[in-house]
Design a protein around this ligand. Sequence first.
Ligand SMILES: CCCCCCCCCCCCCCCC(=O)SCCNC(=O)CCNC(=O)[C@H](O)C(C)(C)COP(=O)(O)OP(=O)(O)OC[C@H]1O[C@@H](n2cnc3c(N)ncnc32)[C@H](O)[C@@H]1OP(=O)(O)O
Length: 218
Amino acid sequence: MTETSKHEWDIPATDDSPHEGGFRADLQITTDRGGPRYGEMIEQVRSFMGKVRYASPTPELADEVIEDLRKLNAKLDTMLVDEWTTPSGTRIDLPSRGNITLPPYEVKDGGPDGVDAEVTFEDFHLGGNGVAHGGHVAVAFDDLGGMAAALRTGGVARTAYLTVNYRSLTPLNTPLVLKTWVDRHDGRKLFVKGTLHDGDRLCADLDSLFIELKPGQP
Ligand SMILES: CCCCCCCCCCCCCCCC(=O)SCCNC(=O)CCNC(=O)[C@H](O)C(C)(C)COP(=O)(O)OP(=O)(O)OC[C@H]1O[C@@H](n2cnc3c(N)ncnc32)[C@H](O)[C@@H]1OP(=O)(O)O
């Protein structure tokens, strides 16, 4: 992490923006931040990341790409904001709320009974032999399991454990159905189950525990 990022990104909570049992000091769901083309920007980055996974550049091309990326990084350096105000993660109009670190998914239905989403693992998510990396499958389950817990309680919960059973191969570039639901709710403990299907075929399932955070819990 650079000196700049240490000082300008990592803004601690203040009296005006307390952490109230969640990840965000002030969680504002918005579709404005980043502007109307933010989603397109994220898509371009996702596409680039996928190509990097497969590209074998010549040394000359690597030189060019490095130069281009330096310029792009310098551009983004002029507009860095802290974790609580970046559009990434709050743009509910975009796949995965605009969060580049998550595989792209679209929530088809979500509420206290659970979440029904369509997720597509892309070239970037390649594990080996043309199929998805198990870690990326776990990331999708973690986020959408956490969402099922959040929609049940109305507050953010944190993962205590996450067990993914990989039942069959998870294809890339294929819309898959990912469902999560609270199987049992016991005080602050939310036992969340989930499934990932390619058509009728079960790719993976989830057994997890999320803990509802107490007020003020970091
Ligand atoms: C449509 C749009 C809507 C938008 C809407 C936005 C939605 C947006 C969704 C975002 C969704 C993101 C989801 C990502 C979620 C992460 O990825 S979070 C990051 C990964 N997790 C972590 O870093 C957690 C690290 N661990 C911790 O912080 C703490 O250990 C925990 C998990 C908070 C628990 O600590 P604690 O609060 O002190 O609780 P503690 O008293 O220890 O335990 C409470 C109970 O749970 C039990 N327990 C705790 N841990 C365990 C365990 N590992 N195994 C079994 N039992 C356990 C305890 O035994 C205890 O049981 P009881 O005695 O009450 O019966």
